[in-house]
Design a protein around this ligand. Structure first.
Ligand code: DX5
Ligand code: ZN
Length: 220
């Protein structure tokens, strides 16, 4: 099944002192999702923001809240994230001992369930759970920071994952996160990507709304 391709600006690259302004900018753009990165300083060597900030963010967002958890022990916070307005909740494969249980809990809380893979984690590890997943997020940089350069091996991973999804007749979306820009977007979409996250490329540009439009144009 082919689906519309989506753009998800990452708020990690927004101006946190002008967060509402940057949220409105995305609300008024052609973006499809808000990508929201939660880091705990344990799973990744950085801390972004937590529950009070997420609560403030989702008060203003008018699109899908796509929450990417870069935290250990995500299970204990699943219902909290649902209450705070997450529509999609993505956990890391590397942080979940009982991934199947975690995925079922996310769905039971009323959210779409996603699994993120670090650059070193092969997509084939998902073959026995792919049919349960709404989203697979392929990290195209090592998680923890915005503004890093795109890892070229990602294209191959996207193609392999797409083959797996098709072979299982699954409806899983492939989301790419890290170093995405207009120079690599087309190749990612051609390889089978459905959702492109872009942080610094959008918010560090002189006209973020136009940059989002340029990315969206490549999706058509
Ligand atoms: C990194 C985060 C990304 C980050 C992407 O760990 O998961 O979502 O915001 O930022 P850019 O697009 O700047 O690589
Ligand atoms: Zn992310």
């Amino acid at each position: 099944m082919s689906t519309a391709k989506l753009i998800a600006p990452s708020l990690l690259a927004a101006d946190f002192a002008n967060l509402q302004r940057d949220i409105e900018l995305v609300n008024n753009s052609e973006a499809d999702w808000f990508h929201i990165d939660i880091m705990d300083g344990v799973f990744v060597p950085n801390i972004s923001f937590g529950m009070p900030v997420l609560k403030a963010i989702t008060k203003h967002t008018q699109k899908v809240n796509d929450v990417h958890l870069m935290i250990v022990n995500p299970d204990q916070y699943i219902t909290t994230f649902a209450q705070l307005g997450a529509h999609n909740l993505t956990v890391h494969y590397e942080a979940c001992t009982h991934l199947h249980r975690t995925i079922q809990a996310i769905k039971a809380a009323g959210m779409k369930a996603g699994v993120a893979l670090n650059p070193h984690t092969p997509v084939n590890l998902l073959q026995d759970i792919i049919s349960d997943l709404d989203i697979v997020l392929i990290m195209s940089v090592n998680p923890g920071f915005g503004g890093q350069s795109f890892i070229e091996n990602t294209y191959r991973k996207v193609s392999t994952l797409k083959e797996l999804i098709v072979s299982k007749n699954a409806n899983t979306l492939i989301e790419i996160d890290g170093g995405v820009n207009t120079a690599n977007a087309t190749k990612l979409l051609d390889a089978g990507a459905d959702v492109l996250v872009a942080g610094s490329f959008v918010f560090n540009s002189s006209d973020p709304v136009n940059t989002i439009a340029n990315l969206k144009q490549l999706c058509l």
